[in-house]
Design a protein around this ligand. Structure first.
Ligand code: NAD
Ligand code: DAU
Length: 340
């Protein structure tokens, strides 16, 4: 099978390409990636000479390019490409509309023209909004959409377009809405790799608000296996929620856990201004478990240990991205201070 993966030089896309080719070595993957700040082609360096892997630098909004790629026997699109960081969506919402909404629409429209190519859309639990504090509720496939940030609003819009192409044009789609991923090849702008690399650099860990917000963390290869389950066994037209933890973890507990695993102490924690519209997430993965037999393999502890080892051993992979990420946060702080 020939597969188009979009955004394959990003965090989850690069993990997915490695995962898929290790299990399906006879398939061919074409990776279309614009190489934004979030991409790192080094993540796929080991595939450079693999006959079953091809990289194309380009934009998912470029209809002519997408059309041309699809005309070369693509049977399946696995769509990861997106602007993915909530804090950046507060800084530049329009970019999120362009990539996440217009880009997804462009792929759908081209897939439809090329005779109903199978389309798997990788989405997020953030489309459902926020779980109240002190509640044990979980998002599920039945939860109404209620996005809070420009990022989650753009992903919600993209999900609606994907479903509409199934209902209106019978495009064979599936959607997954997954909770927070962590693992290797993750940009150090995001909480867990930011904290690991700060501890390595012996600088303080900024915790938004009082660290009381909670998340449902899933090791990235468990997300890849869930996507594989949906692609190979999922029901066309269906949505599957994916999550990892039996109990959610507050940000402050997570920071303390990582400090403990890395031998740091709590004096490294610095409470900073909260994120506007700061959500809480928890996901029920009962449907994908019941219907497709999927379940996560890693626990939060086992995944964090692997991830910490990887960041300790791969500084050359993350150093430049960290400098860029911290420059972004500095700019965001300067802007906040200017508007106080
Ligand atoms: P990422 O930011 O690490 O990577 C995104 C990739 O998309 C980058 O390689 C970037 O260059 C590429 N890209 C961006 N705009 C593009 C464009 N216009 N054309 C082509 N390529 C473009 O993102 P990620 O964390 O790997 O997330 C991947 C997908 O999974 C996203 O759709 C995201 O919404 C979803 N998701 C992420 C998480 C998470 O925890 N990171 C959880 C659930 C769902
Ligand atoms: O839930 C899935 C989503 O998870 C994905 O759709 C997004 O693409 C992905 O970025 C992630 O979004 P979050 O906003 O949850 O991730 P982030 O790593 O930015 O933040 C995790 C939590 O940590 C959140 O509550 C905010 C907090 N935080 C974050 C940073 C960067 C801090 O306290 N300090 C920080 O420096």
């Amino acid at each position: 099978m020939k597969i188009l993966v979009t955004g394959g030089c990003g965090f989850i896309g690069s993990n997915f390409i490695h995962y898929w080719l290790s299990l399906h070595p006879d398939d061919t993957i074409v990776n279309l990636d614009k190489l934004t700040y979030a991409a790192n082609p080094q993540s796929l360096k080991d595939l450079e000479n693999n006959f079953h892997y091809q990289f194309i630098q380009g934009d998912i909004c470029d209809e002519n390019l997408v059309d041309k790629i699809l005309s070369d026997k693509i049977e399946l699109i696995v769509h990861f490409a997106a602007e993915s960081h909530v804090d950046r969506s507060i800084d530049d919402p329009l970019l999120f509309v362009k990539t996440n909404v217009l880009g997804t629409y462009t792929l759908l429209n081209c897939a439809k023209k090329h005779g109903n190519i199978r389309f798997h859309h990788v989405s997020t639990d953030e489309v459902f909004g926020s779980i109240p504090f002190n509640s044990s509720a979980q998002f599920s496939e039945q939860t109404p959409y209620d996005p809070s940030s420009p990022y989650s609003a753009s992903k919600a819009a993209s999900d609606h377009f994907v479903r509409s192409f199934h209902k209106t044009f019978a495009l064979p789609i599936t959607i997954t809405n997954c909770s927070n991923n962590y693992g290797p090849f993750m940009n150090p702008e995001k909480m867990i790799p930011r904290m690991i690399t700060n501890i390595i650099d012996n600088i303080k860990i900024p915790v938004y608000g009082r660290g009381e917000n909670f998340r449902d963390w899933l090791y990235v290869t468990d997300h890849c296996s869930a996507i594989e389950a949906v692609i190979t066994r999922g029901k066309i037209g269906d949505t599957y929620c994916i999550g990892g933890l039996k109990e959610t973890s507050t940000n402050i507990d997570l920071v303390k856990k990582v400090l403990n695993l890395m031998g740091g102490d709590e004096s490294m924690i610095e409470f900073v201004a909260d994120r506007p519209a700061h959500d809480n997430y928890a996901v029920s993965w009962e449907k994908i478990h019941r219907e497709l037999g999927w379940q996560p393999e890693e626990t939060l502890d086992s995944g964090l240990i692997k991830m910490i080892d990887w960041y300790r051993e791969n500084e050359s992979w993350w150093r430049e991205a960290k400098t860029e990420a911290e420059a972004f946060y500095q700019k965001l702080n300067d802007y906040k201070n200017l508007n106080k």
